[in-house]
Design a binder for this molecule. Structure first.
Ligand code: COA
Length: 260
């Protein structure tokens, strides 16, 4: 599959998805959003992909937001459709992706860009990163999950301040807020992210997928997270990975998970 605004590279079980519109600071226009959806649909069933790293091209931006030029003259109904479709096809899709998705934030992560990073399962930033939800400065609110995921990650007060001021915070601030897990130099960003990815890939892919689903249940008002945990914990006992993991421990060797 070839893409106009994305670059995909798969190596040793990891696919790196690069949003690649550097002249527009990787802003998410319709085409890019649609390509991100298509890419993730393919990666879901791709046996060579066990983990996804999401980043932006160039040294300046992860993603500088939704493409403002595209929605400047939208109506109320078009605005709702833009948000609803984006949630379903991209942002929720990534948040519930059964393989780990790590955002490597290499510069500006603003508006839809920060929302994309927040849809990923966790985030690592380079020192030059600047993060924010500037939508209120444009007369709108965040529409790709930002009003919900930001308070989940940083708490209500900080989210209120970030969204109401429309300001940007530094990578160090984002680390302090818990919005990103690590901050490294731009040169180290991908290597460091891959190092963490490798640690994840040593573990059972089935258990990791189940953990993503179960942690997400905490934030789903239609679910009881504890009940989901009890059910999914039980299901783990029926997997081949569980048999291998426990047998390997008892035999004092490294497990070779079949991923089933
Ligand atoms: N939508 C559409 N185009 C965007 C964009 C966005 N969100 N963010 C940047 N671009 C474009 C600029 O229009 C410019 O295009 P041009 O060269 O054809 O004029 C190009 O990317 C480079 O951006 P520029 O503003 O010249 O870079 P800068 O270094 O001066 O400023 C930012 C960088 C990120 C501070 C600035 O681009 C910005 O504020 N972007 C919008 C951020 C935003 O509000 N995002 C939320 C959208 S909901």
């Amino acid at each position: 599959m070839s893409y106009s605004n994305l670059t995909l590279t798969t190596e040793n079980d990891i696919t790196t998805v690069v949003v690649d519109r550097p002249k527009k600071l990787n802003a998410l226009n319709r085409k890019t959003l649609s390509e991100i959806h298509e890419a993730f649909v393919c990666l879901k069933d791709d046996e060579d992909t066990k983990l996804v790293i999401l980043t932006g091209s160039g040294q300046k931006a992860f993603v500088a937001g939704a493409d403002i030029s595209e929605f400047a003259d939208y109506s109320v109904a078009e605005g709702q459709d833009l948000s609803g479709t984006g949630h379903a096809r991209v942002f929720d899709y990534i948040a519930h992706f059964p393989k780990p998705v790590i955002a490597a934030i290499n510069g500006f992560a603003l508006g839809g860009g920060l929302e994309l990073a927040m849809a990923a399962h966790f985030r690592i930033a380079s020192e030059n990163a600047k993060l924010g939800l500037p939508e209120t400065s444009l007369g709108v609110i965040p529409g790709y999950g930002g009003t919900q995921r930001l308070p989940q990650l940083v708490g209500k007060g900080r989210a209120m301040e970030m969204i109401m001021t429309a300001g940007m915070i530094s990578a160090e601030n984002a680390l302090d807020y818990g919005l990103v897990n690590h901050v490294v130099t731009l040169d180290e960003l991908l290597e460091y992210t891959e190092k963490i990815a490798r640690k994840i890939l040593n573990n059972s892919t089935v258990a990791v997928a189940t953990a993503i689903e179960t942690i997400n249940a905490h934030f789903d008002k239609t679910k009881n997270g504890y009940e989901t945990e009890i059910e999914n914990f039980g299901k783990s006992f029926g997997t081949e990975d569980f048999k291998e993991g426990t047998t390997a421990f008892l035999e004092k060797r490294k497990p070779h998970f079949p991923g089933k």
